[in-house]
Design a protein around this ligand. Structure first.
Ligand code: PLP
Length: 594
């Protein structure tokens, strides 16, 4: 932030990717306090309204946590500068602000100081909502105000040149500029299978030449025997079905799952008519011992006298290695524990190059699978340890019975069903999981609203922020006394008959607040087997009349849905234009009848 200011740049919106950068908020606050004479709370709110936070990982090791002592060392001076006590600062990064032993979480700091928050795939949104539920304890998990924007890949960087040249012949001119336009990709079906296949074969030959050269260099570098060096130049076969797997070897990605049953895998790889080979690339974090042992295991197997031609481990995974792999293999394998891969992007890179995905229904693939042309491993169930064996078996079964035979089905020289799936993958995934779609969503859903919000609150030297702070203080003072006097429709309160008109009414004692100060909502849904509301929708109830000291809010509705329906009522301060922006620990009360 200081660097930007030194260059004369004054951004209105800051986008924090993961918590690592979240201390920038403290710098924002310092500036807002000294430049505009705001209080600490006012400055936090002024910064919050235009900050965007993206959470990128559900793995706890990916989130920075700092001990109170360490925080004190670096921030005690800051606290005196902005006139707050140290515990006030710590509260910004704690789930439980009263727990003085709790470490300071950068993700919690970011959530507390951003009005716009998102996860990076739809499934990751749900996982994040569960993960951060305790910051909005009165809300049901599905309403925790974190939205999602699914990641995408930069098509011009990841699409191989030969496929792009083929597109020049068959897609509309200008496709390179309009690659996120769905219509452009329809023409893929006009490309003759043979030409598409030939382009892919060329890329596979190139991949194999690349891998052989790398393996030879690596053998020479470690002064391997002459026989080993020669063999390094003979790995893989351009005519053989090729599986690719390239990733960081974090444990949750289960890099060795494919090798769980080596004998069964050998039968698949060494099949006489339909052989298979695997190229694996990866890197482990230097401190990740299990990750490193996974790599050792894979390297061991790649030295097996039966397997050395069929299993290759490529060291130093980086974008160059990744690019060759996603361009040249036939199938992309992705088998993380479900719920732990926030999005995953390597499968998208593969898909836009005509490589089919075989993947757990996690991250992006959970939303792409049905139209991707690829295969799913397992079901849409949260991860449990006993799934490792199940998932390995599922992979073998699919390879043996479906995938490999489909690839080798060459009645007329061309595997028609395979090519149909490849085209489906190209047509659907290229425009949907491309970064232009992603950037557009960030623009319209987050950056533009955040920018307008900033302009609005900064008017008249932040008068809006000051007024809101006064209002918030007033709300906090009386909130204990805000209560439902009477709630519900005709008896039995809370249950609903589909198709029958229902007059929903709630009389609320506002403890002196005005009807506009609060937001009263009806939450309507199906009553599930546990007696909870599911598939809910939220409706705003307008104020209708004063009734003694209470205000009646209500609406007449006709529930259209069938089945056992129920509803609940709630009241919260009306301090958010959009419920998605409601602050952490915001006040909310449910009606006791619910
Ligand atoms: C694409 C890419 C990644 C991320 O891939 P995931 O599917 O998210 O694991 C990591 N490293 C490199 C070098 C990449 O190119």
């Amino acid at each position: 932030m200081r660097a930007l200011h030194a260059m004369g740049l004054r951004p209105t919106v800051f986008h924090m990717n993961e918590g690592h950068s979240a201390f920038l908020v403290l710098e924002q606050v310092r500036h807002l306090m000294s430049d505009h004479k705001l209080s600490f709370e006012e400055a936090v709110e002024a910064a919050r309204v235009s900050n965007v936070f993206t959470t990128h990982t559900p793995v706890p090791a990916g989130i920075d946590l700092f001990d109170p002592g360490l925080m004190y060392h670096y921030f005690s001076e800051y606290c005196s500068e902005v006139h707050i006590d140290f515990q006030q600062l710590m509260a910004l990064g704690r789930r439980n602000v009263y727990d003085r032993a709790e470490r300071f979480s950068m993700a919690v700091l970011a959530l507390n100081t951003s009005a716009y928050r998102n996860a990076v795939s739809r499934l990751h949104r749900q996982v994040s909502q569960e993960m951060f539920h305790d910051l909005w304890p009165q809300l049901p998990v599905w309403e925790v105000p974190i939205t999602s924007i699914t990641n995408g890949v930069h098509v011009p960087s990841w699409l191989n040149g030969e496929l792009a040249a083929l597109y020049d012949q068959y897609l509309e001119p200008g496709w390179r500029e309009r690659f996120n336009d769905l219509g452009i990709w329809e023409d893929i079906k006009d490309i003759p299978d043979e030409e598409l296949l030939e382009v892919h074969r060329r890329r596979k030959r190139r991949l194999i030449a690349f891998v052989r050269a790398r393996q030879s260099q690596s053998a020479l570098r470690r002064q391997a025997s002459a026989a080993d060096v020669r063999r390094a130049g003979e790995v893989l076969d351009p005519n053989v079905f090729t599986i690719g797997f390239a990733r960081r070897f974090a444990t949750y990605k289960r890099a060795t799952l494919l090798f769980r049953d080596v004998e069964r895998l050998k039968r698949i790889l060494l099949h006489k008519e339909m052989p298979v080979q695997v190229v694996i690339a990866g890197k482990a974090h230097p401190k990740d011992q299990p990750g490193k042992s996974y790599i050792r295991e894979v390297v061991q197997l790649s030295r097996d006298p039966d397997l050395w031609k069929h299993v290759v481990f490529v060291e130093d995974y980086d974008m160059k290695v990744g690019r060759e792999l996603v361009h040249g293999v036939d199938l992309w394998l992705n088998n993380p524990r479900r719920g732990e891969e926030a999005c995953g992007t390597s499968g998208m890179k593969a898909a836009i190059n005509g490589v089919l995905n075989l993947s757990i229904l996690d991250g992006w693939f959970d939303e792409a699978y049905e139209r991707s042309g690829g295969w799913a491993i397992g079901e849409r169930e949260p991860y449990a340890e006993d799934q490792d064996a199940l998932h390995a078996t599922a992979i073998y079964y699919l390879l043996e019975n479906e995938i490999v035979p489909m690839f080798y089905a060459r009645g007329d020289q061309t595997p028609r069903e395979w090519m149909r799936r490849v085209k489906q993958s190209l047509m659907y995934i290229s425009p949907q999981f491309d970064c232009r779609r992603m950037v557009r969503e960030y623009m319209t859903q987050l950056y533009e609203p955040a920018h307008s919000h900033h302009i609005r609150v900064a008017e008249n030297n932040y008068e809006g922020v000051r007024a809101r702070a006064r209002w918030t203080a007033q709300i906090r003072e009386v909130w204990d006394r805000v209560r439902f006097v009477e709630a519900g429709g005709p008896p039995p309160a809370g249950s609903v008959t589909s198709g029958k008109p229902l007059a929903v009414r709630a009389a609320i004692d506002l403890a002196g607040l005005k009807p506009d100060d609060v937001r009263v909502e009806l939450v309507l849904g199906r009553i599930d087997s546990d007696g909870h509301l599911a598939d809910t929708e939220v409706m705003l109830l307008p104020a209708m009349e004063q009734q003694g000291s209470a205000v009646v809010f209500g609406k007449d509705i006709v529930p259209e849905r069938t089945g056992r329906l129920g509803y609940a009522l709630r009241v919260s301060p009306n301090h958010f234009e959009d419920p998605l922006m409601r602050p952490c620990a915001s006040l909310l009360k449910w009606s006791p009848v619910a």
